[in-house]
Design a protein around this ligand. Structure first.
Ligand SMILES: Nc1ncnc2c1ncn2[C@@H]1O[C@H](COP(=O)(O)OP(=O)(O)OP(=O)(O)O)[C@@H](O)[C@H]1O
Length: 256
C-alpha cells in the first residue's frame, strides 16, 4: 500500500484540456496539489509542463487562440469562472526562469506590487519590503543598498529578489518555472534551500528539468509526457518505485 504524505488539497485540477489553436497541448490532466507542500512537474521538453503551470494563474489567457476545458478549483472556487484575474494572480504568484526585475531600485522592485494595490504609507511599505526580502533570504545581502539598481545584483541574487517581489503580494501559491536553470550551482543551492523553507508558508509548484532538484526539494512529483500526466505520487515513490515503465525510463535517464 502506498502511504501518501499528509496534506490538505489546495488546488484540484479535473480533466483539463488545453489547445493552442488546433494543437492540443494538455490531455485530461487531473491532479490535486496539496497545501504547503512543494509539487514538482517533470518531463521531457515540450510535454506541457509550463503550459500546465500557467493554467494555474491563467497566464495562458494572454495568448491568442488558447482554448481550455475542464476545471481548476482553488480554495473551492473555479478560477476560470471569475472575472477578477488580477485577484487570482495576487493569490497565485509566479517566478520565471530568468530573473525579470524592472530597471529600478531593489526597494522599488519589491514595493511595486503593493504600491499598485494602493499601499502608500512609507512605514508600511518599508515593512513589507523588509519582510519580503527576509522571506526570500536576501535581506542581509541587500539591506545596505536598497536604493541602488536591482540590475546590479548577481543573477542568483536577482532571482531571490524576484521571489521577494512575489512574496510582497502575500500570495498563497507560488508558481516557479525552472527558477534555477539560469543560475550557477551555488545560487541554485541557495534558491533550493529557500524553496524548502518557504513551504511552511506557501504552496509551491515548480517546473524543473533537473531531476536531482525535484528529488531534493519536492514532496510530490507529477511526470508529464506528451501533454498527459503519466504518474503523480509522493516524490520518494516516483524516484524509487515508479508504477509506470515510462516514468521509470525517464527518472533513470533512459530518455528525455
Ligand atoms: N504560445 C504557444 N503557441 C503554440 N504552441 C505552444 C505555445 N506554447 C507552447 N506551445 C506548444 O505546446 C507544447 C507544450 O509546451 P510547453 O512549453 O508547455 O512544454 P514544456 O514541457 O514546458 O517544455 P520545456 O521543458 O521545453 O519548457 C509544445 O508542443 C509547444 O510547442
Amino acid at each position: 500500500m502506498v502511504h501518501h504524505k499528509e496534506g490538505t488539497s489546495k488546488i484540484n485540477v479535473r480533466d483539463l484540456n488545453l489547445f493552442y489553436g488546433d494543437k492540443q497541448a494538455l490531455y485530461g490532466v487531473s491532479l490535486d496539489i496539496h497545501e504547503k507542500q512543494v509539487t514538482a512537474l517533470i518531463g521531457p521538453s515540450g510535454c506541457g509542463k509550463s503550459t500546465f503551470l500557467r493554467t494555474l494563474n491563467r497566464m495562458n489567457d494572454l495568448i491568442d487562440g488558447v482554448k481550455i476545458t475542464g476545471d481548476i478549483i482553488i480554495d473551492q472556487e473555479n478560477i476560470y469562472n471569475t472575472n477578477d484575474v488580477i485577484k487570482l494572480r495576487t493569490k497565485v504568484g509566479m517566478v520565471f526562469q530568468k530573473p525579470n526585475l524592472f530597471p529600478m531600485s531593489i526597494y522599488d522592485n519589491v514595493a511595486y506590487g503593493p504600491r499598485g494595490q494602493g499601499v502608500r504609507n512609507k512605514r508600511e511599505l518599508d515593512k513589507i519590503v523588509e519582510e519580503s526580502l527576509r522571506g526570500a533570504a536576501i535581506w542581509d545581502e541587500v539591506k545596505d543598498r536598497l536604493k541602488t539598481s536591482a540590475l546590479g545584483l548577481s543573477g542568483g541574487q536577482q532571482q531571490r529578489v524576484c521571489i521577494a517581489r512575489a512574496i510582497a503580494m502575500k500570495p498563497d501559491v507560488i508558481l516557479m518555472d525552472e527558477p534555477t536553470s539560469a543560475l550557477d550551482p551555488i545560487s541554485t543551492l541557495k534558491v533550493e534551500e529557500l524553496i524548502t523553507n518557504m513551504k511552511k508558508d506557501y504552496t509551491i509548484v515548480i517546473v524543473t528539468h533537473n531531476m536531482q532538484q525535484a528529488a531534493r526539494i519536492s514532496d510530490r512529483t507529477a511526470f508529464f509526457l506528451n501533454g498527459e500526466v503519466v504518474e503523480y505520487d509522493n516524490t520518494d515513490e516516483i524516484f524509487s518505485t515508479p508504477q509506470d515503465q515510462r516514468t521509470e525510463d525517464y527518472v533513470t535517464g533512459r530518455f528525455g
